[in-house]
Design a protein around this ligand. Sequence first.
Ligand SMILES: [Zn+2]
Length: 376
Amino acid sequence: MGWSFQFGRLFGIPLRVHVTFFLLLAFVAWGDSHGLRDPRSGLMGAAYIAALFACVVLHELGHSLVARRYGVKVSHIMLLPIGGVALIERIPDNPKQEFRIAIAGPLVNIAIGALCGAGLLIAGQPLVVPSADLLTGGHFLLRIATVNIFLALFNLLPAFPMDGGRILRSLMAQNMDYAKATRLAAGLGQTLAFVFGILGVFTNPWLLLIAVFIYLGAGQEGQQVQVRSLLRNVPVGYAMAKQFAVMQPDEPLARAVEEAMAGYQHDFPVVEGPQVVGLVTRDALIAALYERGSETPLRDVMAEQFCTAAAEDSLADLYDRMNHDGCPAVVVVQDGQPVGLLTPERVVQYLRYLAQHPYAKSASSEPPPATGSRPS
Ligand SMILES: [Zn+2]
């Protein structure tokens, strides 16, 4: 994600802040503007902002540490104005694990709120203030408690991309198909966004902003899960091209160009005997053609490090890997020999085919798992 920078690291997880996070800080500072005239109050304002930072980080750390316990890697924690995001590598397929990861964040805020409440009781301070300005008025501990309860409730809204949306989906997914649970949760989220939007027009413009955010988040989540659920239980062998040209290392570049012009293939496995030893991609082909000329042997152009897979591997996992590692093409191998070729375009083609023939997958492969049963 652009527009962000790293400011620290906790439990080995990089902490990043998005520039828009400072909008929130400006908002709080604005509410505290009397602090500019009163240094002591200004200092409290700064301490409050620092504490707010810490609470958001702790919330995300809650998600991250539970995710890690289930073997899910956490790439970093990002602070955004609406809270934070823990960028986890994948959402676990097991709904119970997803539930625990999602609820860990709001639970951290509730725990902080409760601790602050206990602190207030010990200090003999009142737990409520008559002020309407709860976020900026009252005892320091009370403000921290209030903002944490607010963070917990906001994140528990049953809509993607909020934690509440994931919690709802994981609860429904224990009794139904994951994609269907996502569709229902996303639909409910978008309805909620609609209600927020209408309320926002008549009351608070912040609600309108939240509505747009929820609406976009719900759609995106639905799409991602749709792709994964379509590719679920599909082996790589079903989507790969089985008819493809291979090249020899000593053949000139011109041969591959000729082949590329003649057909739909742009990436060529290079074989020595029966074994695949390299891959010439479309980009490498074009670059080499300009820089070295068409007589260059493919041996000098091919990449010796390239993505490979087995025909029986899961296509859903491979597609994640292709997006993550940026594989332009995957050579499907068996005992070191190329048996198939898979490109992102080919996966998209296959997805389109599945969308048009919804029963193709169950007809040609083993049937999808029964509703509610899921490998854990
Ligand atoms: Zn969260």
